[in-house]
Design a protein around this ligand. Structure first.
Ligand code: AKG
Length: 236
């Protein structure tokens, strides 16, 4: 089923013309690698691909979302009062078909995020490379605002991802890969169109997705209001 974006929110980004910033640091490389080994050992048996609300389940993720360097740039981008709206851990296991279609993080059937008051982060727990499933973004794609989307046709246990309508899940001529070392992170405008490929290497790829919001960022499309996890400020 196709869903139309309710408000388009076309226009400039608080992250500048490209709509993203990369090479930030959320942890040291060695600590992040050590953490990744633990996560992989814990989830290898069940081949878990997605763990929702990681910041509420794991101490390491609760610390990760408030890592000082990352949080400072988030505050520079959306203001001093910051809460986490959502996190999920994504593990791409070797040899599994797990591409994530072109999508925008700030719109779904439940809500829309005001791009002036929200920002998405992707934290590399292992290294993320072009062959193990790092992000690919389309610079400047935020400017057209939210686009209509479909749910992907997938029988995967992890559920069906949302994808921008009419965009095939393959590299784009204007796409830019964002490889990151373990411990690094990128920030994206919540309208920035991005995707990732399956992991074709022999090791697992682990990443933590975070959506940060400032007060008033969420426009709910129904009775369900997401619960917020305040980090800074007193306006919550
Ligand atoms: O972790 C990934 O490979 C992609 C995650 C992503 O883009 C997202 O879910 O917003």
């Amino acid at each position: 089923m196709t869903r139309a974006a309710e408000i388009r929110y076309a226009g400039p980004s608080p992250l500048g013309e490209s709509g993203y910033r990369t090479g930030l640091e959320w942890n040291t490389n060695s600590r992040s690698r050590a953490r990744a080994s633990e996560i992989i050992a814990e989830h290898r048996g069940g081949q878990t691909e997605v763990v929702r609300d990681a910041h509420l389940r794991f101490d390491w993720a609760a610390h990760a979302v408030r890592s000082p360097d990352l949080l400072r740039v988030v505050q520079d981008t959306i203001g001093g009062s910051v809460a986490v709206e959502n996190t999920f851990l994504m593990i791409k296991w070797p040899g599994r078909d797990f591409p994530v279609p072109w999508h925008q993080d700030g719109t779904n059937p439940r809500m829309q995020l005001d791009p002036e008051r929200s920002v998405a982060a992707w934290l590399a727990v292992t290294d993320a490379t072009t062959v193990n499933g790092c992000l690919q973004v389309i610079p400047g794609s935020h400017a057209a605002g939210y686009l209509d989307y479909d749910r992907e046709e997938s029988g995967a246990r992890r559920g069906k991802a949302l994808g921008v309508q009419g965009m095939f899940n393959s590299p784009h001529e204007r796409g830019v890969w964002l490889p990151l070392n373990a411990g690094q992170a990128c920030l994206m405008d919540v309208r920035l169109i991005h995707r990732s490929d399956s992991n074709t290497t022999a090791g697992a790829r682990v990443g933590l997705n975070v959506r940060y919001v400032a007060p008033g960022a969420i426009r709910s499309s129904g009775p369900h209001s997401p619960s917020l996890y305040p980090l800074t400020g007193s306006d919550w």
